[in-house]
Design a protein around this ligand. Structure first.
Ligand code: FDA
Length: 581
């Protein structure tokens, strides 16, 4: 007997479990299969950015994520040192914790970045997805698929019994990670290379409170002999839980033989990076992984879509992998739901590639550039051609000298540190995704020219394609974000009191097209008040104008004023977005 479903998802990582959660929340029947008996068995991803937190907020799981996360206030005093107990070379306030950047982050979103290890996040996603209707099948392996005009037959193997069977789905999502078999079978075109550098992860327990409690961060970068070989640019001691659970990332030459990391070797590496030769450490795991620089230029073919690392593979620098994977699924889930319900034409699904492939390329390039930019530190400190450890130490010491060379080194260190903002405070990269596609009905305006560096700074806008700006609105008792007023279950119109006629237009068009559309009127005496007058400043349309927000909170269309025939204007816009014109 063939098992059938609307959407089959391969993989229970951030992309797969994210897709399952969102589809289940939208009421779309789905099955999620995953190869292993449980979710990620190592901490892996952890930096969870504002956009991912907004997705969790929309899915109603923000509280659960926060309850298991390390808060923003403990994330940011990022240290560069020769070892945890050794010389400190400098610090950088990261992830928007610098007072000068904190305002940018607070203004942009109702959520702040948090740190939640992947092995704690995935169970939250899987549990909620399953509670809401996802059929989750562990120890079940994807083997291959065939698609026809009406659906996809997917062959899978139950790894407990060895039994092979077929699942018939209307759509298939390959969220099977950086070695994606689905992407391979689909022949997705890829750019770039795999395995450009080698990294090893070592997880361990040790109480480091005396060494880090005064400079709380999730990342401590260690510049030591050999730390620029392979890997992510430098040695890393990463907090998993403050301050007694840790993960070390150390590079190795991927062109040489794979290193053997037994307990003795792991303990030696850990103690070396800590600079504490006698400290008690409990090694809890080791693994090797490759750094990649590869992205797909097409993310789907027919009824099969790939998301997450399957289509963008890069080092953890900038903390973009899991975040972008979740955001891919956020883009895809509402589109699949709309097509499956007959609310949209199948061409809406093509916009998944149009909108997300540029993001895939952007983040792969950014993350790789950030890891390469560590070389600046080695250059500045004069370590690239140091012959031995003693020479390295002497050259690091030179920055203390009251000499022209010492002064030059100090100035160069300032510049090297400045560059790291592009890795650790790249707010524009984290939040500034802008879509140009057939699912955006333009209003003749184009994306505003950024006033500040677009990688470092996010600038809100309501030009169609932008993410809906966040401002706090509400009433005397309740404060909500504009993002909260545009849930993923519907299209939402934002207007002012002079634009109240849009509400009747929305009702009519919603009934005609069979698509849920709600209107939010913001103004005094209405259910939602512009508490701080921030919405009036942010909306960029007149009070009688309108902003049409898609279920993924990107602006699909806007009208500067109330036209003579708002029904026709709205109908045209929605029909364009939904591929029905
Ligand atoms: P992921 O690889 O997580 O999941 C793939 C899933 O597919 C798994 O469930 C697997 O079992 C399943 N699967 C594979 N083959 C299958 C088959 N044939 N059949 C069935 N199931 C199959 N990112 C970030 O955003 N912030 C961060 O701070 C970091 N930090 C970080 C640190 C370190 C050390 C690493 C190694 C990585 C990060 N990342 C990160 C990156 C992040 O871990 C990565 O981008 C995401 O896990 C990608 O999620 P996916 O769901 O796409 O794939």
């Amino acid at each position: 007997m063939t098992v059938t479903t609307d959407v089959l998802i391969v993989g229970s990582g951030p992309a797969g479990a994210g897709a399952a959660l969102l589809l289940a929340t939208l009421g779309i029947p789905n099955i999620m299969i995953t190869k292993y008996r449980w979710t990620a068995n190592t901490p892996r991803a952890h930096i969870t950015n504002q956009r991912a937190m907004e997705v969790f907020r929309d899915a109603g799981i923000e509280d659960q994520v926060l309850a298991d996360a390390t808060g923003h206030h403990l994330m940011g005093d990022t240290v560069f040192c020769t070892s945890i107990a050794g010389e400190e070379i400098g610090r950088i306030l990261t992830w928007g914790t610098h007072p000068a950047r904190h305002g940018d982050y607070r203004l942009a979103s109702p959520c702040l970045p948090v740190d939640i290890p992947q092995n704690r996040l995935e169970p939250i996603l899987v549990r909620n997805a399953t509670e809401r209707g996802t059929q989750t099948r562990f120890s079940t392996e994807y083997l291959g698929h065939r698609q026809d005009p009406d659906g996809v037959d997917v062959d899978v193997r139950d790894r407990l019994t060895g039994r092979e069977y077929t699942i018939r789905a209307k759509y298939l999502i390959g969220a099977d990670g950086a070695r994606s078999q689905v992407a391979e079978d689909l022949g997705l075109p890829m750019e770039g290379r795999m395995d450009i550098a080698g990294s090893m992860n070592i997880t361990f327990r040790a109480d480091l409170t005396p060494y880090v409690g005064n400079r709380p961060s999730v990342l401590y970068w260690v510049i030591q002999p050999g730390s620029n070989v392979g890997g992510i640019g430098a040695g890393l001691v990463r907090m998993v839980r403050p301050w007694n659970e840790w993960l070390i990332v150390w590079g190795y030459d991927i062109d040489g033989p794979a290193p053997v990391v037994d307990e003795t070797a792991a303990t030696a590496i850990v103690r070396g990076l800590l600079g504490l030769p006698d400290i008690d450490v409990e090694i809890t795991g080791t693994s090797l992984w490759g750094n990649n620089e590869r992205y797909a230029t097409r993310l789907h073919s027919g009824r099969v879509f790939c998301a997450g690392d399957a289509v963008h593979r890069h080092p953890p620098s900038n903390g973009l992998g899991s975040n972008t994977s979740i955001q891919d699924s956020y883009n895809l889930a509402w589109k699949l739901a709309a097509v499956l319900r007959g609310q949209a034409g199948p061409s809406l699904l093509d916009t998944y590639t149009t909108e997300r492939a540029p993001v895939a390329e952007q983040i792969v390039r950014r993350a790789n550039r950030s890891s390469r930019e560590f070389v600046q530190f080695f250059e500045v400190l004069g370590l690239l051609d140091a012959r031995d450890e003693a020479e390295m130490v002497a050259r690091i010491e030179e920055r203390k000298a009251n000499t022209p060379a010492g002064a030059a080194k100090r100035a160069a260190l300032v510049a090297a540190m400045e560059l790291k903002h592009y890795e650790f405070n790249a707010h524009g990269v984290e939040l500034g995704q802008f879509y140009e596609s057939a699912a955006i009905a333009g209003d003749g305006t184009s994306r505003p020219v950024p006033a500040r560096d677009p990688e470092l700074y996010f600038e809100a806008s309501t030009v169609p394609g932008s993410r809906l700006p966040h401002v706090w609105v509400g009433d005397a008792r309740t404060r909500v974000s504009t993002l909260d007023l545009a849930p993923m279950t519907r299209f939402t119109l934002f207007t002012g009191i002079a634009g109240e006629a849009w509400a009747a237009a929305a009702e009519k068009v919603s009934a005609e097209l069979g698509v849920p559309v709600e209107t939010v009127v913001i103004g005094p005496g209405r259910a939602v008040t512009d508490l701080y007058y921030d919405w009036a400043r942010a909306r960029e349309v007149e009070e009688d104008g309108v902003i049409l927000v898609r279920p993924d909170k990107h602006i699909g269309w806007r009208s500067a004023r109330l036209p003579a025939d708002p029904v026709a204007a709205l109908r045209d816009a929605l029909a364009t977005i939904l591929g029905r014109s």
